[in-house]
Write a protein that binds this ligand. Structure first.
Ligand code: FMN
Length: 144
């Protein structure tokens, strides 16, 4: 099983979460390709059985919390037709509806959301194993 973990970041927390997800994929016997989301190419998506796509919470902390950068980079991603995806984010106070919004944006490009996980910025990889297990299992990829 091959996973593509694509992340956006400003100060590194979301990259740390992406790396923890990659380690969890490897621990479960898969291969992981970790990429800055703006550098994802069609071949990266084609090679992947499952995607993990994450960014950070950007807003005014209680209002207008949105997936940072996603309005710019989701439309430029290669087609995601039928690709199972786990969405994730890092945040400081609350991600509010960010994960649902990001999932809908990716579904607009053809992806099928199989799980979502928020990571607090102070513990950016906490419980990444459980998140990966959940997504792989929902995608029918556990143990492959
Ligand atoms: C300009 C700016 C706006 C932010 N807005 C929010 C917010 O609305 N809600 C929240 O929980 N965290 C907010 N944060 C905190 C970030 O989401 C958090 O620090 C995140 O882990 C940063 O990810 P990164 O290190 O990958 O860039 C904001 C941070 C910045 C710099």
């Amino acid at each position: 099983m091959q996973a593509l973990i694509a992340y956006d970041t400003q100060s590194g927390h979301t990259r740390q979460a992406a790396q923890a997800i990659a380690e969890a994929v490897r621990a479960q016997g898969g291969e992981a390709n970790v990429k800055y989301v703006r550098q994802v190419e069609a071949a990266d998506v084609q090679a992947a059985d499952v995607l993990f796509v994450g960014t950070w919470a950007h807003g005014l902390f209680v209002i207008n919390v949105h997936p940072a950068g996603a309005a710019d980079w989701v439309p430029t991603l290669p087609p995601l037709t039928n690709k199972p995806v786990g969405v994730f984010c890092t945040y400081l106070l609350t991600p509010r509806g960010l994960l649902k919004d990001l999932g809908k944006m990716l579904e607009g490009r053809g992806a099928v959301v199989k799980g979502a996980r928020k990571f607090h910025q102070n513990q950016p990889g906490k419980n990444a194993e459980a998140f990966v297990r959940e997504v792989l299992s929902a995608a029918g990829l556990a143990g492959k």
